[in-house]
Design a protein around this ligand. Structure first.
Ligand code: FAD
Ligand code: NAG
Ligand code: NAG
Ligand code: NAG
Length: 641
C-alpha cells in the first residue's frame, strides 16, 4: 500500500507542469506586445499572440503555483482562497454608510496586519475594513482559485453588444468560433454522479431541488430519476432554447479527470512549446508609459516593480521591500488585463480617467475619460443554510487541510484514472443547480441559479473556506442572480501609491441604480430565490424513503418570514464575486464609454483593455467562460484587424 501511494504521488508530481523559467534582468525589455495580468482576460490572449509568432511579454504580479495541491484539488475550492501565496485581501463596501454595512455579519475589522475580527463587537482599536472580496494574484489569475464552475454566457449577452455598438462581430453566432478556440485548451466535466448518489441524505436534498424544479421524480424511482437528471447539461449547445430553459442541471467544472485544469496550464504549455512568450512573474506594473509628442498619446510600454508579494493586499507583503524598478517597451501594443479593480487603478495611475479625480492625486491627465471605474456591476447572491443532527457521509474523512488524516485527499491522489473513484474531492461540492426564470426577469433568459451542496456557505469573509467545510452537518441552497440591474459600482484611487488597494463601492440596492424600480426588481428576485430554496427543503421530506434526517434552518432562520423580513435579510447579507464592467465598451457618443468595440482605450493609441471590466453589462450566470471568449476575440481583433 505504501509503495502504491509512493508511486501515485510520483505520478502526481510527474504530471504537474514544470515551473516557468523567469527572466531575471529588469532592464531593456523590448517586445511587440505586453500583456499585464495572466488571468481569464490576459492569459489566453497572450498565448494566442505568441502562438501567432509575436514576441510577447506576459507580466503577472503573483507567482506560479504549479503543483500546489490547493489548486489542483476541486474539493479545496474554498480553502484555496485562503492560501496566502495566492490571495489578495481586497475589502469593498456594499454600502457606503458604514452603520448600514455593519448589519452584515460578514463585516470585517482588522485587529493587526492581516488579522481579522468578523462581525459585531470588535475589540477596541480594531480598524473597520468592510467586506472581503477574494482575488488571486498568481499565474492564471482568479481562475486559479475560483470555484471551477463552467457555465456559458447567454446569446443575449453578445447580441446586445452587437446591437449597441453596431459591430456585428459581437453577435452570438459569430462569438461561437471563440468558444471553439477556448475549448481547444479548456476541458470541462461534471461531477461523477456516483460520487453524489453514494450519500443518500445528499441525494434526498438534490431530489427536493429536482422536484421543485418540476422534474416529477417519484420516490419509487428516486435514485435512477436523480441520476438521469444529473445528465442534464446546462451548456447544451445543440438546444436553441437553452438560455430560457428552466430545470435541474449538473454543473460542469474546469477540470480533467477530477483535477483542476485551466489557464495556468495553457500558459505553461505555450511557453514549453517554444512560442515567443516570456512570462515575468513576481512583477507588479505601476504605470503605462506614453509617447505624447504627437496629437494622440501613444502607449509605449510599462514601468514595473520586480519582487514577490509587493501589493499590500497580499498577506505576505512587507513594507520593507519596495521591489526593484524596471520597464519594458512594446513596439505594437500594451494590453491591460489586471481585472475589474486593478485595471481601473492602473489606468488612473497612468493618467487615464476622470480628470478631477486624477487632479486630486497630482496625476497629470493623459486623456480625460470619466467612465473609468464607473458603472461597475456584480451579481447578488444569498444563501439558505440548514443543519442536520448528523454529518453527511460523503464528507467522512474529509479534513480539507492536506494533512495525513485527510483521507479524502488520499482517495483523490490514489485513483488518478477513474473519476468515480476519486471521491468527494473530485467535485467542488456544488454539483447541481435549479435554473429558474424568476417572476421579475426582463427577458426570456433564466435569471437565477440555485445551487445545492453539503456546505455551510454564507459568503466571503476571512477564513470563510474553513468555516464553510468544517461542520459536515450543513446543507445549503445558495442563489446567484444573473442580469443584475444595478450598475452603480465605482472604483476610486485611495492614494497615488500603486501598491495601495483602491476604494471599491458597490452601492447595493436602493443606494445604487433605482430608475424604473431596478433595485426593487433585483431585491424581489432574491426574495423569490429564498422562497424557492425553502420549497426545495420542503420537498426533501417527500423523499423520506432515502432516510435523511430532519434539519433546522439557521439562515435566514424560522423567524424571517414576512416580505419585509426577507427583503431586509437580502439587503444585509447579499454578496457578489463576479465584479465586471468597470472599463466598459460603449458607443462613440457615450461620454462614459472607456473602450470601443475593438477593446481600444478611447483617446489614446496602442492601448487596449481585455478582462472582466470590458463588458457593457455583466454576462451570463458565471463570468469566466465569457471572459475567455472575449480574450480569444481580442486576440483575433489584434492579429487580424
Ligand atoms: C472565490 C471566487 C470564486 C469564483 N468562482 C467562479 C466560478 O466558479 N466560475 C466562474 O465563472 N467565475 C468564478 N469566479 C470569477 C472569476 O474567476 C473572475 O471573475 C475572473 O477570473 C476575472 O478575470 P480577470 O481576467 O478579469 O481577472 P483575474 O482573473 O483576477 O486576473 C487578473 C490578474 O492580473 C494580475 N494583476 C493585477 N494587477 C496587476 C499589476 N498591476 N501588475 C501585474 N499583474 C497584475 C493579478 O495578479 C491577476 O493574476 C470566482 C471568483 C472568486 C474570487
Ligand atoms: C543579467 O545581468 C547580469 C549583470 O548585469 C549579467 O551578467 C547577465 O549576463 C545578465 N543575464 C541575461 C540573461 O541577460
Ligand atoms: C493551502 O492553503 C492553506 C490555507 O487555506 C495553507 O495553509 C496551506 O499551506 C496551503 N497548502 C499548500 C500546499 O500550499
Ligand atoms: C499635490 O501637489 C501640491 C503642490 O505641489 C501639494 O501641495 C499637494 O499636497 C499634492 N497632493 C497630493 C495628494 O500629493
Amino acid at each position: 500500500m505504501r509503495l502504491l501511494q509512493l508511486i501515485t504521488s510520483l505520478l502526481v508530481a510527474a504530471s504537474a507542469p514544470i515551473a516557468l523559467a523567469r527572466i531575471t534582468n529588469a532592464t531593456d525589455l523590448n517586445y511587440e506586445y505586453i500583456v499585464v495580468g495572466s488571468g481569464a482576460g490576459g492569459g489566453p490572449l497572450a498565448c494566442r499572440l505568441a502562438m501567432a509568432g509575436h514576441k510577447t511579454l506576459l507580466i503577472e504580479a503573483g507567482n506560479d503555483q504549479a503543483g500546489n495541491v490547493n489548486i489542483s484539488v476541486p474539493g479545496y475550492q474554498a480553502v484555496v482562497t485562503q492560501d496566502p501565496k495566492l490571495r489578495w485581501d481586497i475589502f469593498v463596501n456594499h454600502y457606503q454608510d458604514q452603520q448600514r454595512a455593519m448589519r452584515d455579519p460578514k463585516y470585517t475589522w482588522e485587529t493587526a496586519p492581516f488579522e481579522y475580527h468578523v462581525g459585531p463587537d470588535p475589540p477596541q482599536d480594531a480598524t473597520p475594513r468592510g467586506i472581503l472580496y477574494p482575488r488571486a494574484a498568481t499565474l492564471g489569475g482568479s481562475v486559479t482559485h475560483n470555484a471551477l464552475i463552467w457555465i456559458l454566457p447567454h446569446a443575449s449577452d453578445w447580441d446586445s453588444i452587437a446591437t449597441m455598438t453596431g459591430d456585428n462581430s459581437w453577435a452570438a453566432t459569430n462569438m461561437q468560433q471563440y468558444l471553439a478556440k477556448v475549448l481547444e485548451w479548456q476541458p470541462a466535466e461534471p461531477t461523477d454522479p456516483t460520487i453524489l448518489l453514494d450519500d443518500l441524505q445528499l441525494a434526498q436534498h438534490l431530489l427536493g431541488g429536482a422536484a421543485t424544479a418540476g422534474l416529477g421524480i417519484t420516490p419509487l424511482n428516486a435514485l435512477t430519476g436523480l441520476a438521469n437528471a444529473l445528465l442534464n447539461d446546462p451548456n447544451n449547445e445543440l438546444d436553441p432554447a437553452r438560455d430560457a430553459t428552466e430545470g435541474f442541471f449538473q454543473i460542469p467544472l474546469i477540470m480533467k479527470g477530477g483535477s483542476r485544469l485551466s489557464i495556468h496550464q495553457h500558459i505553461q504549455s505555450t511557453v514549453q512549446a517554444g512560442y515567443p512568450l516570456d512570462v515575468r512573474t513576481n512583477c507588479f506594473v505601476t504605470k503605462i508609459t506614453f509617447d505624447q509628442s504627437g496629437s494622440t498619446p501613444k502607449a509605449t510600454g510599462v514601468e514595473f516593480l520586480d519582487g514577490e508579494y509587493l501589493y499590500r493586499a497580499s498577506p505576505l507583503s512587507q513594507s520593507s521591500s519596495p521591489g526593484t524598478r524596471g520597464s519594458a517597451a512594446a513596439s505594437k501594443e500594451v494590453i491591460i488585463s489586471g481585472g475589474t479593480f486593478n485595471t481601473v487603478q492602473l489606468l488612473k495611475l497612468s493618467g487615464i480617467g476622470p480628470k478631477d479625480e486624477l487632479d486630486k492625486f497630482n496625476i497629470s491627465t493623459v486623456t480625460d475619460l470619466p467612465g473609468v471605474g464607473t458603472s461597475m456591476q456584480d451579481r447578488y447572491e444569498v444563501p439558505v443554510n440548514v443543519k442536520h443532527p448528523n454529518d453527511f457521509p460523503i464528507l467522512d474523512g474529509c479534513y480539507f487541510d492536506n494533512k495525513p488524516h485527510d483521507e479524502c485527499l488520499t482517495k483523490w491522489e490514489s485513483n488518478l484514472d477513474i473519476l468515480a473513484q476519486r471521491g468527494p474531492y473530485a467535485t467542488n461540492g456544488l454539483a447541481a443547480t435549479m435554473a429558474v426564470r424568476s417572476d421579475y426577469a426582463s427577458t426570456t433568459d433564466i435569471d437565477l441559479y440555485i445551487f445545492g451542496g453539503p456546505i455551510n456557505f454564507v459568503g466571503y469573509f476571512p477564513q470563510w473556506g474553513d468555516y464553510a467545510v468544517q461542520d459536515h452537518s450543513y446543507f445549503s441552497w445558495y442563489s446567484l442572480k444573473a442580469h443584475t440591474r444595478n450598475r452603480a459600482g465605482t472604483i476610486q484611487l485611495r492614494s497615488a501609491d500603486p501598491l495601495d488597494q483602491p476604494v471599491v463601492n458597490f452601492n447595493y440596492f436602493d443606494t445604487g441604480t433605482t430608475a424604473g424600480g431596478a433595485d426593487q426588481l433585483d431585491l424581489e428576485t432574491l426574495v423569490q430565490a429564498i422562497k424557492i430554496s425553502r420549497e426545495a427543503l420542503a420537498d426533501y421530506s417527500n423523499y423520506g424513503i432515502l432516510g435523511g434526517t430532519e434539519f433546522v434552518e439557521e439562515r435566514p432562520g424560522p423567524d424571517v418570514q414576512s416580505e419585509a423580513e426577507l427583503e431586509q435579510y437580502v439587503k444585509d447579507v447579499a454578496w457578489g464575486h463576479h465584479a465586471s464592467c468597470s472599463c466598459s465598451i460603449g458607443t462613440d457618443d457615450d461620454p462614459n464609454a472607456v473602450l470601443d468595440s475593438k477593446f481600444r482605450v478611447r483617446g489614446v493609441q496602442n492601448l487596449r483593455v481585455v478582462d472582466a471590466s470590458v463588458f457593457p453589462s455583466i454576462p451570463g450566470i458565471f463570468v469566466t467562460s465569457a471572459i475567455f471568449m472575449v480574450s480569444e476575440k481580442a486576440a483575433d481583433v489584434i492579429l487580424n484587424g
